[in-house]
Design a binder for this molecule. Structure first.
Ligand SMILES: [Zn+2]
Ligand SMILES: [Zn+2]
Length: 216
């Protein structure tokens, strides 16, 4: 039987990337589609929104990644690695490893497959992300914004209550975070929190459950 173990390795980068990103993050809280447990943070990983280098904002200049599999199949690029993962029924984001390294030197549980490493949960969670985008809208967020400083988790809880969503049903936290970052970029909100973590060698900044406040 052929042994498969796909791995992705960041290639060394000659210079640190330019440009700053402000990314809310709470490392270590796993996504849990259809989670049976009711811990309220189940679907709120405040993760950097840089699933891979090609998704990263333009100010980033990430090094390329090299892909290999223990079976010896040539994997010249990310697409070929993803296709091989699909054949093996593995998550195409973490290649079955259950962890991602979205930025060189920063690893986290895979958010695409809820850290299962499998393709099935990845597809389920993709649908959940699409549904979250459909039901959690900008007007809804604007309507729920408190008039005092508030935390991401607080507003996410409010959205969940408002929509009657059980924890772990949809990725509420990441969707709310994206909309808050949008409102921040429009000048409607200001970020109050100081970064919890700076990533060495990059300008990426991570936040634990950040505070925002309305500017008007
Ligand atoms: Zn293989
Ligand atoms: Zn995965």
């Amino acid at each position: 039987m052929t042994n498969h173990e796909i791995s992705a390795q960041w290639l060394p980068h000659p210079a640190a990337p330019n440009g700053a990103l402000s990314i809310p993050d709470t490392p270590g809280i796993p996504d849990a589609p259809n989670a049976a447990d009711t811990s309220k943070a189940a679907d709120i990983p405040y993760e950097p929104d840089v699933a891979d280098a090609s998704d990263a904002p333009g100010s980033f200049d990430f090094p390329a990644r090299a892909f290999t599999c223990a079976c010896g199949l040539a994997l010249p690029d990310e697409t070929s690695a993803e296709l091989h993962a699909m054949e093996l029924n593995l998550c195409t984001a973490c290649f079955g490893t259950t962890r991602q390294e979205p930025i060189p030197g920063y690893t986290r549980p895979c958010t695409a497959c809820a850290a299962t490493g499998r393709r099935g949960p990845q597809l389920v969670w993709e649908l959940a992300h699409a549904e979250a985008e459909r039901v959690i809208t900008l007007p809804l967020i604007r309507a729920l914004l408190p008039h005092r400083p508030f935390r991401l988790s607080e507003l996410s809880d409010q959205v969940r209550t408002h929509l009657g969503l059980p924890p772990g049903r949809l990725p509420v936290g990441p969707r709310v975070r994206d909309l808050l970052l949008h409102l921040q970029s429009q000048g409607e909100l200001a970020l109050l929190s100081a970064p919890a973590r700076l990533l060495q060698g990059t300008d990426v900044v991570l936040y634990d459950d950040p505070h925002w406040v309305r500017t008007a």
